[in-house]
Design a protein around this ligand. Structure first.
Ligand SMILES: [Zn+2]
Length: 98
């Protein structure tokens, strides 16, 4: 897996899917990687759950700034976790969507 330091995205290819950058480095287990976007309430609950499991996560507010002009109904977060926890947390999001 490669890692884009500008976007905090782990990807299998040589090019970052978000910014198109090609100078990617190999990801390491402690890199924070973007998992996806979550609703605020769900994100708060998930953070608590992960803290109980000693998994670090970062919630970055999404839908603020320019976007607040469009008055989104629900504030949301971008969720980042360390790469070593990435699959685990992605699965939690998947299970929720199912
Ligand atoms: Zn990138």
């Amino acid at each position: 897996m490669n890692f884009c330091e500008s976007c905090n995205i782990a990807c299998g290819g040589e090019r970052c899917p978000k910014c198109g950058r090609k100078k990617l480095r190999a990801v390491n287990g402690d890199d924070f990687c973007l998992v996806g976007r979550v609703e605020r309430l769900f994100g708060d609950g998930l953070k608590e759950q992960l803290e109980h499991e000693n998994i670090d996560c970062v919630l970055a507010p999404y839908g603020t700034g320019v976007r607040s002009k469009f008055s989104l109904p629900l504030e949301s977060y971008l969720l980042y976790v360390r790469y070593k926890n990435f699959e685990y947390v992605r699965q939690i999001l998947k299970d929720r969507d199912a």
